[in-house]
Design a protein around this ligand. Structure first.
Ligand SMILES: O=C(O)CCC(=O)C(=O)O
Length: 277
């Protein structure tokens, strides 16, 4: 593995993050989350992960991709309230707004997903998150994602495999092995990356430990997100959240009139935020 990801210190600026991401497609931010946040989030997750019934997403192909030895949790606002603090992080949302800004004046949550890779799991195929929307092309990302380490992550335990620079590649180009690196990180650090960067969950083939990480992604406000936030976080629960979280979950009316677009997501021909008045 000859490729490397740049590592920025925990107090780096949004400008630093955007500059490296623009060049490499992704960047590691050391100690992004304070230890207390990681600890309380992990404690809230424990019962949900213990009760996890196994991968059952609806199709064999998607189960295979998600990982048969991997536990995934969504609906994190309801399961682990510390997630609200994480998903509203100013640098993460600011990063999303910078990258996605050229195609959408508004970003919403694409997914908040714990990815807990168990022993014996194999590596995912390399992919771009933008591939979920089959017309996406490198160079024009529709989403950004982050993978935050909730335990110390190494390549042996299933660290994310990343192909720095692949966000600029022509369609169809595949990496050689020395163009792939692993986002090894200590707990609390995170990889921020664009939706057009090639990456994959790594294999956990030789350890007896689980690789626990959190994926928090944002997409253009006009795109159908991977996670259905309206069913996972219904209005009865969203009502008590901070306004910023409600907006990021997609409850605010999408207004692109400032860039010549229109309005999306009416509730009964009004702004859904009125539900919370
Ligand atoms: O778990 C990871 O490190 C990456 C997971 C991923 O890329 C995915 O599930 O699409």
């Amino acid at each position: 593995m000859g490729a490397e990801l740049t590592r920025l210190p925990g107090n780096c600026s949004l400008e630093d993050i955007c500059e490296v991401s623009d060049r490499d497609g992704g960047v590691i931010i050391e100690d992004w989350l304070p230890g207390g946040v990681v600890d309380s989030f992990n404690a809230e997750l424990e019962p949900w992960l213990a009760a996890h019934a196994g991968t059952d997403s609806g199709t064999a192909a998607s189960d295979e991709f998600l990982g048969l030895r991997t536990k995934r949790l969504q609906g994190l606002v309801t399961k682990a309230p510390t997630f609200v603090r994480i998903m509203t992080d100013e640098r993460l949302v600011g990063y999303a707004e910078q990258v996605i800004g050229p195609i959408s004046p508004v970003v919403i949550l694409n997914n908040g997903e714990v990815i807990d890779i168990g022993p014996g799991e194999s590596a995912q195929p390399l992919h771009r998150d933008d591939d979920a929307w089959n017309f996406a092309r490198p160079g024009a990302p529709m989403i950004v994602n982050s993978i935050a380490a909730l335990v110390d992550i190494t390549s042996e335990i299933g660290g994310t495999l990343v192909v720095p620079g692949s966000h600029r590649w022509e369609p169809g180009r595949l990496p050689s092995s020395d163009e792939i690196t692993c986002a090894a990180m200590r707990a609390g650090s995170a990889l921020f990356f664009r939706g057009d960067l090639m990456h994959a969950g790594g294999a956990n083939a030789t350890t007896d430990r689980r690789r626990r990480a959190l994926s928090t992604g944002f997409c253009a406000g006009w795109l159908r997100p991977v996670e259905n936030s309206y069913t996972n976080v219904p209005p009865e629960i969203a009502r008590s959240l901070p306004r910023r979280a409600q907006e990021l979950l997609g409850y605010a009316l999408y207004d692109a009139s400032s860039v010549g677009g229109g309005y999306l997501g009416y509730h009964d021909m009004g702004d859904p935020m009125r539900l919370f008045d």
